[in-house]
Every structure is written in C-alpha cells, then in structure tokens.
Design a protein around this ligand. Structure first.
Ligand SMILES: C[S@@+](CC[C@H](N)C(=O)[O-])C[C@H]1O[C@@H](n2cnc3c(N)ncnc32)[C@H](O)[C@@H]1O
Length: 215
C-alpha cells in the first residue's frame, strides 16, 4: 500500500501543482467536470486565514506535499517553529526547495509521527486523509501530537456528495494510489472531530470537507 502511494506521487510530481492550482485549461476542465468546480486554491486560502499572520507557536504541516499552498505563509511566519512531514520523498524534496532553511522537512508516516505528545500548537492537514492508508492511526497520531487547546485545520475528499467524483475516485484515482480507501462521509468526519475536540467548525464545498477545531 505504502509503495503504491510513493509510486503514485512520484509519477505525478511534475503535474501535481498544475492540476491542484488549475494552472492550465485542461486542469480547469478536469476540476469543472469531475469536482463540480470546487476550487482548491480558495479552500487553501480559507484554511490559511485561520492561522494568524503573527503566529509564533509550533506548527506541523502533514502531509506537506510540494507545499504549493503553504510555502508563502510558512516562509512569512518568521516567529513560528514549523515542521513539515510527508511520506513521499519526491513531494517533500519539492517542498524543501520552496521553504526557508529553518523550516524542518521530515520524510515520515502520519501513522507513526516521530514527535512527543502535545508537541504542536497547530496542525494543518490539507488534502491528506483521503490519501492516508490508515485513517484511524492518522487521527490518533495527529491528536496525540497536538497540545490540549491546540488547533487542527484541514480539508479532504469525502464520499457521497457527487456521483461523478465518487466514480473518479473509486475507478481511477484509488487504483493508481493517489487516494486510498476506505473514504469517510461528512457524518463520519463530524463524529470523529466531535469526539476529539471541544470546538468544531465544519464546512463542505462539493466533495471536500474543511474544518477548524480546537482539541
Ligand atoms: C494530495 S497530496 C496533499 C499535499 C498537500 N497538503 C497539498 O494540499 O497540496 C497527499 C499527500 O499525502 C502524502 N501521504 C500519503 N500517505 C501518507 C502517510 N502515510 N504519511 C504521510 N504522508 C502521506 C502523499 O505523499 C502526498 O504528498
């Protein structure tokens, strides 16, 4: 399973940013047809706005991917201590090139995070849970390393919102390794976040759920 994920992100390393940011006519068409036009740029902007521009705590970005949506903000947060983690060497190598030298980039598995309990004031998990093979372990680990009172911000694909998106994920993207089942529904995500957090704010846009919650 893990090798399938590495292979998938290796094969897409040169087109990943273009597809997610809708950098060409074809990627805009793909998003319009298969993702009901849901704009990842817009969701990323909303998530980043939850983090104050003068944030000076410890932050974990998992999975960082190529840092396409986060590098500008992370580079500007010069009082924060930022750690970025991803399973794919190809993705994290691209992130390293974009991020300031003092931002720590680690290759690793969200299911076995190499950090102490309560190490972070904020965890960002953008477009990760639909790719993580062991989602239960990923939640456990993220909430283990997040301090009590710390903030988890995230977004990812949820099933049951659009037939064409669900078809694409099940018939193509999961087979290639970009997505890994089983996928969660909105109700399942709400139930997990409410179990771990005292404050939960959840929104959906097409087949993407995005949220801000406090442990
Ligand atoms: C769709 S990308 C999202 C990256 C970035 N956050 C973004 O929004 O562009 C999913 C990422 O999850 C990573 N990933 C998959 N399984 C993982 C795991 N077990 N631990 C850490 N990262 C993982 C992949 O390598 C890939 O970079």
């Amino acid at each position: 399973m893990e090798d399938k994920v590495k292979k998938a992100y290796h094969s897409s390393k040169n087109i990943y940013d273009n597809v997610l940011t809708q950098g060409s006519f074809f990627s805009r068409l793909y998003i319009k047809v298969f993702w009901s036009g849901t704009d990842d740029n817009e969701i990323a902007r909303k998530l980043m706005s939850y983090i104050p521009d003068d944030f000076d705590g410890k932050l974990l970005d998992v999975p960082v991917g190529t840092a396409v949506f986060t590098f500008q903000k992370w580079n500007a947060l010069d009082k924060a201590e930022i750690t970025c983690l991803d399973y794919s060497i190809d993705m994290i190598d691209q992130a390293r090139q974009r991020l300031n030298q003092d931002i720590r980039c680690v290759q690793g598995d969200v299911g076995a995070l190499p950090f102490e309990d309560g190490s972070f004031d904020c965890v960002l998990s953008m477009n990760g849970f639909h790719a993580f093979p062991d989602k239960k372990k990923a939640y456990e680990e993220i909430f283990r390393v997040l301090k009590k009172g710390g903030m988890l911000i995230g977004c990812f694909y949820i099933k049951g919102k659009s037939k064409i998106t669900d078809w694409l994920i099940n018939s193509i993207l999961s087979k290639k390794g970009w997505f890994t089942p089983p996928f969660q529904s909105e109700e399942e995500v709400r139930s997990v976040l409410n179990r771990y957090c005292k404050e939960v704010e959840i929104h959906t846009d097409g087949s993407i759920i995005y949220f801000r919650c406090v442990k």
